[in-house]
Design a protein around this ligand. Structure first.
Ligand SMILES: Nc1nc2c(ncn2[C@@H]2O[C@H](COP(=O)(O)OP(=O)(O)OP(=O)(O)O)[C@@H](O)[C@H]2O)c(=O)[nH]1
Ligand SMILES: [Mg+2]
Length: 370
């Protein structure tokens, strides 16, 4: 291995790279080192995926969850389930294939039911943990919407602690939807400033409002801003209905003008009283943003699941349920097939070959064909 240390000037770096290229040295392809580690059995598939998740993690909880996967905890749990299914499969397959053999135990329905129930419970827990992890993959998105001049851009600038959006007392200042990244105590969320929604004939404003509507669709949660000086009007009510605004907080801004106190209600929708101008009540907004994401304690035990893992686990669970329904001397074939499908789905999470597993288990635990 050689290491070249040079100044970061692009012209210098490029000329060194060109020289190296001429000598037959090339850039590593994306993920190539991880790919090699996988093919050389230094990492399993889940760990390889976790490296990519770690790189893309949007906050400290996602990092923790990716580490859980990388350290092999997730693989251990999948393996426990896989091994349990495997040993049941080995027993059933032996009964079917070697019915005369004395080494093969008789089918104990009660014992089998108990084992399957235990595996089903572990699988359900693992699916739940992976699903919680899946939610961590997505950066939560908030949209700030409301009538013109309610203070949406000021609200966002306050949270970002910078003059990101133009603010003015002219209605219709913001004409476009702009997404910003907000970092609150290592928690990254997207927040979208939108054009004030109302009835208008102005073509540019109309386009802006259409973009606000699509931001509403994109967002996980909405802050619907109302100028407290005007109060919540019939127009606001109509706009919330017209734009199908469902998961929202009603934020009453400008309480410095109405002389109200900051507060948050527990009703639905929750009402939050703030003044962006004085900053009063804005900590309530920050609390709300932090609370709606999963808690730190949770990420200690969850895995940065991928939909691939969840699909495989769910399919494994479904076939295991079918297997439980087929526990019967007469339907051994059906039981064996459902167990095979469940095993197949679980090993797919790990990217392994289930047939080799089964043969090894059958021939090591029973003395068949000696
Ligand atoms: N008194 C007072 N004025 C505020 C407060 N928040 C915002 N404003 C003022 O309200 C006016 C409109 O603010 P903006 O942030 O531009 O409002 P907006 O909702 O983004 O408006 P559009 O982009 O036109 O839809 C500006 O003059 C702000 O200074 C507040 O808490 N108190
Ligand atoms: Mg604005």
């Amino acid at each position: 291995m050689i290491e070249i240390i040079c100044h970061g000037n692009h012209v210098i770096m490029n000329s060194i790279i060109t020289l190296l290229n001429e000598m037959g040295i090339r850039h590593a392809k994306p993920g190539e080192f991880t790919e090699r580690a996988f093919f050389n059995d230094k990492l399993n598939l889940i760990q390889a995926e976790a490296i990519s998740d770690l790189i893309c993690a949007s906050d400290s909880r996602a990092v923790k969850a990716a580490q859980n996967s990388l350290s092999g905890k997730f693989v251990d749990e999948v393996n426990i389930i896989r091994n349990e299914i495997l040993s049941i499969r080995a027993e059933i397959e032996s009964m079917i294939n070697f019915p005369e053999d004395d080494d093969v135990p008789d089918l104990s329905i009660a014992k089998l039911k108990k084992s399957l129930l235990k595996i089903l419970t572990s699988m359900e827990e693992l699916i739940k943990k992976s699903k919680d992890g899946l939610a961590l993959r997505n950066t939560p998105t908030y949209a700030v919407v409301g009538k013109p001049n309610s203070g949406k851009s000021s609200f966002i600038n306050y949270l970002l602690r910078e003059d990101a959006s133009i603010v003015s007392n002219k209605a219709g200042t913001t004409r476009d939807s702009i997404t910003y990244q907000l970092n609150l105590n290592d928690r990254i969320v997207n927040i979208i400033d939108t054009a004030g929604i109302h009835e208008t004939k102005d073509e540019i404003e109309k386009e802006g409002i259409a973009r606000s509507a699509s931001s509403v669709l994109k967002a996980d949660r909405i802050f619907y801003l109302v100028d407290d000086n005007q109060g919540f009007t019939a127009e606001d009510k109509n706009l919330i209905k017209k734009y199908n605004i469902k998961s929202y907080y009603l934020v009453f801004n400008k309480i410095d003008l109405t002389m109200k106190e900051k507060k948050i209600t527990s009703s639905f929708p929750q009402q939050i009283y703030v003044s962006v101008k004085t900053g009063k009540g804005m900590s309530l907004i920050e609390d709300v943003i932090q609370k709606t994401s999963t808690s730190d304690d949770m990420s200690q035990n969850i895995y940065l699941g991928r939909s691939r893992h969840i699909d495989c686990l769910k399919s494994g669970h479904k076939h295991l349920l079918n297997a439980k329904g087929a526990i019967n001397e007469e339907t051994l074939d059906l039981l064996a097939e459902e167990l095979r499908l469940s095993h197949l789905a679980i090993t797919a999470v790990l990217g392994q070959n289930p047939t080799e597993d089964l043969l090894a288990e059958i021939f090591t635990s029973f003395c068949i064909g000696k």
